[in-house]
Design a protein. Structure first.
Length: 266
């Protein structure tokens, strides 16, 4: 079963981003992207550990062999740094194949258009809810979402937050236990593929939301603080169908509260 799933996930890389999402379980087809160079990724793996969102999403993102205006941003840690919660094998496929496919397909989609000169943030916001630009949105949003997801984690993270983010959680949820319960529920009950988010709304309150497929709260004006990927390829090699185990381990051992704190609005 695991071997069959591994083969399926390898085939899936590069397919899911190339055309509009029809529903959470609909098959998606596209050409398979070229495999990433693992040794190159390891060399640049820690380059963005302290970077800001501007450097993460800006036009100057450093990555190997960019074939257009956008490039695969380096991971903020080595591929094996999140083990055993998330294995190096999962990171290798998820980052090196799935995320890379979104970037490659975005470059193809924006070629010879005005979007080739826009920032990733601007593309996501401009194409959200536009039926004529679904392919651009899907790939741009998934590039944005995945970059945010990698930075929402760190080795030896997780647990109860402290400082300003803890104060906001208390004000918005009552206590961390309530936030944790809401986040797990959102992540586990998201049908099919999608994301669980901690966001700050326009009233400065924190709340938990979930989105399907490539959708992102950023496109609707919310300030994103944390993102947990619940697409199957994010956890299946390590947890198979046990999504609750993945989400609980993610919260308890990986969450990067410092990253969330940096994006709080005053």
């Amino acid at each position: 079963m695991v071997r069959e799933t591994l083969s399926r996930i390898l085939r899936e890389a590069g397919r899911e981003a190339a055309r509009p999402f029809r529903d959470a379980d609909a098959p998606i087809t596209a050409a398979r992207p070229a495999p990433a160079a693992i040794t190159r990724r390891r060399l640049i793996g820690t380059a963005l550990a302290a970077g800001s969102l501007a450097s993460i999403y800006g036009a100057g993102r450093a990555a190997a062999q960019a074939s257009g205006p956008f490039s695969l941003p380096p991971l903020p840690y080595p591929e094996d740094a999140l083990a055993p919660v998330i294995s190096a094998t999962t990171i290798g496929f998820h980052y090196g194949k799935h995320h890379r496919a979104y970037v490659d397909n975005l470059n193809k989609a924006v070629a010879d258009t005005d979007f080739a000169n826009k920032s990733l943030d601007d593309i996501v916001k401009a194409t959200a809810n536009d039926p004529a630009r679904v392919a651009i949105f899907n790939n741009a949003a998934q590039d944005w979402n995945h970059t945010f997801y990698w930075n929402s984690m760190r080795p030896n993270g997780g647990g109860m937050p402290t400082g300003m983010i803890a104060d906001h959680i208390k004000d918005s949820f009552g206590d961390y236990a309530k936030l944790r319960q809401e986040f797990v529920t959102a992540a586990v009950t998201q049908f099919g593929s999608g994301w669980a988010w901690l966001v700050q709304d326009q009233d400065k309150k924190l709340k938990v939301v979930k989105t399907a497929n490539a959708d992102t709260p950023m496109a609707q004006g919310a300030i994103c603080l944390l993102a947990c990927d619940v697409w199957e390829h994010a956890y299946y090699l390590d947890y198979q169908n046990r999504r609750p185990d993945y989400v609980n381990a993610w919260l308890d051992k990986l969450v990067n509260w410092d990253f969330a704190s940096r994006h709080l609005a005053a």
